[in-house]
Design a protein around this ligand. Structure first.
Ligand SMILES: [Zn+2]
Ligand SMILES: [Zn+2]
Length: 185
């Protein structure tokens, strides 16, 4: 008897090209704290780095994208306005996703706000604390990590580094629950 081999042509109905979304090193803390999605997966290819890849291999929902005008508003917002807003949104998100251990991160951002001596002076006239509604909606829908990165961009270099370290620690915490998915070697 000749075993029927699965024919390599014709029969497979439009299967995507062998994509296995296996968590990668970058997936720790997915979906809120992981690294950026891996470009290979975004364009529908497998990533040769496999689970050692430092970008996230798990599927991400596209999430809100700021348009050019919205990005400019954020860029031009003085730190003294943006950071308290980011703090408020991050606290809401942490609560909603029951993320523990964010105190260190919040503390760093709070310190950074207070380190600013003349906050109001830096604000151009007419720029009030709150961005337009559409932008607020985007910021609310944004992932925890994205928002943290935006806040970090406003901070001094040393603070940026501390924020990065704190987020890594948070990721490590969160991913303890996901550790089973990771290959131990
Ligand atoms: Zn992810
Ligand atoms: Zn990758």
């Amino acid at each position: 008897m000749v075993p029927t081999l699965p024919s390599s042509q014709g029969e497979a109905p439009e299967a995507p090209p062998d994509l296995h979304p296996v968590p990668s090193a970058g997936s720790f803390g997915h979906p809120e704290l992981c690294q950026r999605p891996c470009l290979h997966f975004l364009v529908g290819r497998n990533c040769l780095a496999g689970d050692a890849c430092n970008y996230c291999h798990l599927p991400h929902s596209p999430g809100p994208k700021l348009d050019k005008r919205q990005r400019r508003i954020i860029e031009e917002m003085p730190k003294a306005h943006f950071l308290p807003l980011a703090l408020e949104l991050l606290a809401d998100k942490a609560r909603a996703m029951e993320l523990q251990g964010t105190e260190a991160l919040m503390g760093i951002l709070e310190n950074e706000v207070q380190s600013e001596d003349a906050p109001a002076a830096a604000a151009p006239a007419g720029v009030s604390g709150r961005p337009p509604l559409g932008l607020m909606r985007c910021l609310r829908a944004m992932g925890f990590r994205n928002l943290t990165n935006m806040a970090a961009r406003k901070c001094a270099e040393g603070t940026k580094i501390r924020i990065r370290e704190t987020v890594q620690a948070l990721r490590a915490n969160v991913s303890q629950g996901q550790a089973g998915a990771r290959v131990t070697s």
